[in-house]
Design a protein around this ligand. Structure first.
Ligand code: LLP
Length: 423
């Protein structure tokens, strides 16, 4: 469910015409719908009404300050995985007591920065990290609140590159080793180890892996309580999938997910934390691009557009499907043909869609790459010395450029000649 729809023959983001926006800001650009972001956050949080929950939006999905601020203003906490993300959360005035810090490789400096700002808790992923955190907390004379991230060895049935809860993945502590490690952590006097964390993967469209993981969390909670631990919070991670392809995918509604949560860990009298990223941001954004050329190859047609794999890497990195719509709906009534939608980058992997049945585009036509609000702009780069594209947020009939297009001066200013070189 999102607020990108045709009005007349033109695709709109809420009350704003994408064609007019393209005239104003140029292409390519990302466009986000504030109302969609708000709706997704609200649907997720309402699924847990009456339960003690903290929803920490996974900033990595879309870390634009305006996006973070929109969610923070709705009461969201944040899940961060680096000092940079933490700084973004703080810049958007997120209450530090609502911030959790995850990731397998937090540095001493990052831990110190987070402790100085009094974040809610750390999700710790290994024994050496526990020792490091204890040391840093000691040096600052504070106590760190900790949940251990457990690797449940559950197959989330998603793309291998975004699966995190299997034994062969680098994440978390093996379930079998967990109990012992809680005991050892208990001897570290600057840590308050009172939580359990799990995150088994992303774009999960089947509830059974969640159920399996949450049941393991339940049994660990009971085991640790028997051992005298005061387990007060369970962080169930993110991962709930979204429909990228309307008629082929049907991910569970947050209410169904909430039912699984309640059935498995709902009676444990713990605060429940969640880290949804994609679910909040994916459908809230599109990437708008313009057709440069249509080229007939020996076997197929290539629709060459001005956005490329550096702007949206998901199709080539995860074989991800993103629906492509013409901004002018009248094109939908033209004859369709099979085409690859590709960018200008000098790589065969530079495509946004392959073998897709699409209208017969011409130079100058605008396309919208749908469901690009999560893991889109945040994973973009300047490969082939292409400029980072602008991000625009729409709310009703207003829009705001929430990240301007990079300029060539910005791009070149990132480098220096070596000190012995002259220009
Ligand atoms: N919590 C942790 C510890 C995570 O590692 C992640 C995502 C999330 C929460 C949020 O998961 P979500 O609710 O968004 O599924 N770049 C990939 C996705 C990578 C996800 C990484 N971790 C993609 O474009 O599909």
């Amino acid at each position: 469910m999102h607020y990108f729809d045709y009005k007349g023959s033109t695709l709109h983001a809420e009350g704003i015409s994408i064609a007019e926006l393209a005239d104003d800001v140029g292409t390519p650009f990302y466009c986000y719908s504030n109302k969609t972001l708000t709706r997704h956050y609200t649907v997720f949080s309402e699924a847990f009404t009456g339960t003690d929950t903290l929803i920490c939006y996974a900033i990595k999905a879309n870390s634009n300050l305006a996006v973070v601020k929109t969610l923070a203003d709705l009461g969201a906490g944040m899940d961060v995985v680096s000092e940079g993300e933490l700084r973004r959360a703080l810049a958007a005035k997120v209450n530090p007591k609502k911030i959790v810090f995850a990731g397998v490789g937090k540095t001493h400096d990052e831990m110190a920065y987070a402790l100085k700002h009094g974040i809610s808790s750390f999700n710790v992923e290994s024994e050496p990290e526990l020792f490091a955190l204890n040391e840093v907390a000691q040096s600052l004379n504070v106590t760190a609140r900790v949940a251990l991230r457990i690797n449940p060895d559950v197959d989330p049935k998603t793309h291998e590159k975004i699966s995190t809860g299997k034994a062969e993945n680098k994440f978390g502590i093996p379930f079998e080793a967990a109990r012992d490690l809680y005991h050892r952590a208990n001897n570290l006097n600057r840590l308050d180890v009172n939580g359990i964390h799990m995150h088994i993967g992303s774009q999960i469209t089947d509830l059974s892996p969640f159920q399996d993981a949450f049941l393991l969390m339940r049994s660990l909670t009971l085991m640790l309580r028997e051992d005298g631990f005061n387990i007060t919070h369970l962080d169930l991670g993110g991962g709930l999938g979204v429909p990228y392809e309307d008629n082929r995918e049907d991910p569970p509604h947050p209410n169904e997910y909430a039912q699984i949560v309640k059935n498995t860990v709902g009676d444990l009298d713990c605060q429940l934390m969640f880290e949804p990223g994609r679910l909040i941001a994916a459908n809230s954004g599109i990437l708008v691009a313009k057709v440069i050329y249509v080229k007939r190859g020996a076997n197929k047609t290539f629709t060459i557009v001005d956005a490329a794999m550096n702007d949206l890497i998901r199709p080539t990195l995860y074989s991800a499907y993103h629906e492509i719509l013409p901004v002018d709906k009248r094109l939908s009534e033209t004859p369709h043909s099979i085409t690859d939608v590709v960018g200008p980058i000098c790589e065969t992997g530079d495509y946004l869609a392959q073998n897709r049945l699409l209208p017969s585009f011409k130079s100058g036509n605008l396309i919208a790459v749908m469901t690009a609000g999560a893991y889109g702009a945040v994973q973009s780069d300047t490969y082939n010395s292409r400029l980072l594209v602008p991000e625009v947020m729409v709310a009703d009939s207003a829009y705001s450029i929430i990240r301007p297009r990079q300029t060539y001066d910005d791009l070149l200013a990132l480098d220096n000649l070596a000190q012995w070189q002259k220009n």
